[in-house]
Write a protein that binds this ligand. Structure first.
Ligand SMILES: [Zn+2]
Length: 345
C-alpha cells in the first residue's frame, strides 16, 4: 500500500460522452470502464507516480479502478515518488518509462542496477559505437573504449558519431567527445591501443566486455577475458550474430578458450591468406541493428529479472536479406579450465 502508483506512460484515455474508455495497448483493444467518467479522469491524473496507493485509495472508486487497470497491466509500482527517482537525472525519464514496459514492479531498480556499471567495448566500429550510445542512454555509469584506428571517410556511412571534419583523428577521441557532449554524467575511459596485442590494465574495471569486430583474434588477448562476462557481436556480409554470452562464473566456457578452439577458423587465419578483401560489406543498417541488440542484451546481464534478452551461451543470428532472426546455443563441447562448475543442489 506504500507503493507509489504510476499509470503506465503510453496509456491513452478518452472520456467522450459519459463513459471513460482507455486504449489497452497490450491487447490492442478499447476498454470501457464503469463509473462516472469525471471521477475516473481525476483518479487517472492522480496516478502520476507521486502518490501512494494508500493516498489514492482515499478517493472514490479508486480501488476498483486500480484493480481493473492492474488486470490490463497498466499500473506501475514505484518504491519512491517519481520526481525523487529522477532527481538530478531527468535524462533518465524516458528510459524509466521504457523499463516500466519491461517490469511493472519497481522499474527504477533497472536504473539502480546500471548506475554503477562499467562496460568495456573492444572495437569502435559501427557496432561498438552504436552499442556505446545505447548503453549510455540506458543508464550505465561508465564506458571503457579501446580502438587504435583513425577515422576514415569510408567509416561515415555507418559510424554515426564521426563527421567529415574528424577524418584522420583517433576514433576513441572523437567518440569520447561525442559521448560527453550528450551524456555529461558518463565516465569515459579511452585507450588507443590494439586490444589484442596490448590489453589495457584499465579493463579490470569493466563489469562486462563487448567484443565488436574481429573477435576471433581475442583468443590471444588478456587473461581477463577468461573471468569476465563477454558478449561478442559481428557480421560477415549480410549475416550478423550477437552473442554468445559467455560467463565462466555461470558455467559457460570463457571467451578466450572458445575462440582458441574455433580451430578451423583460427588455422585459416594463421596460414598465409593469399587474397584478403579490403572491404567488408559494412551497411549502416546491419551495424545499427547489431549494436542496439548487443546493448539490450548487455543491460540484461545487469538486470536479469526483467527477462533474458540473451541466455548464457546463446547467440542471435540475423539474415539481413530476409530480415529474419534465429537463436541458437553456441560452444557445445568446448574445454575450458577456467570454467567454474555450476553449484550442485
Ligand atoms: Zn577458458
Amino acid at each position: 500500500m506504500n507503493d507509489y502508483i504510476w499509470l503506465l506512460p503510453p496509456t491513452h484515455v478518452s472520456n467522450s460522452g459519459d463513459k471513460l474508455s482507455l486504449l489497452d495497448f497490450n491487447n490492442l483493444q478499447i476498454r470501457t470502464l464503469a463509473g462516472p467518467a469525471e471521477i475516473g479522469i481525476d483518479l487517472l491524473h492522480a496516478m502520476d507516480g507521486e502518490r501512494t496507493e494508500e493516498e489514492i485509495n482515499g478517493l472514490d472508486y479508486a480501488s476498483d479502478l486500480i484493480s481493473v487497470l492492474e488486470k490490463y497491466e497498466l499500473i506501475v509500482r514505484l518504491q519512491k515518488p517519481l520526481s525523487e527517482i529522477l532527481e538530478g537525472r531527468i535524462w533518465a525519464s524516458r528510459q524509466l518509462a521504457y523499463y516500466a514496459q519491461l517490469t511493472r514492479r519497481y522499474p527504477e531498480r533497472c536504473l539502480e542496477a546500471l548506475a554503477d556499471k562499467r562496460v568495456a567495448i573492444i572495437g569502435l566500429g559501427g557496432i561498438g559505437m552504436q552499442a556505446a550510445q545505447a548503453l549510455a542512454g540506458a543508464g550505465i555509469s561508465g564506458l571503457i573504449l579501446s580502438d587504435f584506428d583513425t577515422v576514415d571517410a569510408s567509416n561515415l556511412n555507418r559510424q554515426f558519431m564521426l563527421s567529415t571534419k574528424d577524418v584522420g583523428r583517433l576514433k576513441v577521441d572523437v567518440v569520447r567527445e561525442f559521448l560527453l557532449d550528450r551524456h555529461p554524467h558518463l565516465e569515459v575511459d579511452v585507450h588507443a591501443i590494439n586490444p589484442f596485442e596490448s590489453p589495457s590494465d584499465q579493463w579490470e574495471r569493466g563489469d562486462l566486455f563487448l567484443f565488436c569486430g574481429e573477435s576471433h583474434l581475442a583468443g590471444d588477448a588478456n587473461e581477463l577475458i577468461t573471468h569476465k562476462p563477454v558478449i561478442q557481436a559481428g557480421y560477415i556480409g549480410k549475416e550478423g550474430v550477437v552473442g554468445p554470452l559467455r560467463w565462466v562464473e555461470k558455467g559457460t566456457p570463457c571467451h578466450s578458450c572458445a575462440t582458441k578452439q574455433s580451430t578451423q577458423y583460427n588455422e585459416f587465419y594463421k596460414s598465409e591468406v593469399a587474397l584478403r578483401t579490403s572491404w567488408n560489406c559494412s551497411g549502416s543498417t546491419i551495424n545499427g541493428l547489431m549494436g542496439n541488440i548487443l546493448a539490450e542484451a548487455a543491460t540484461r546481464v545487469f538486470m536479469p529479472w526483467v527477462g533474458e534478452a540473451l541466455a548464457l551461451n546463446e547467440a542471435i543470428y540475423m539474415d539481413m536479406k530476409t530480415l529474419t532472426m534465429r537463436r541458437d546455443i553456441a560452444d557445445r563441447e568446448i574445454e575450458c579450465p577456467h570454467r567454474v562448475p555450476a553449484p550442485s543442489l
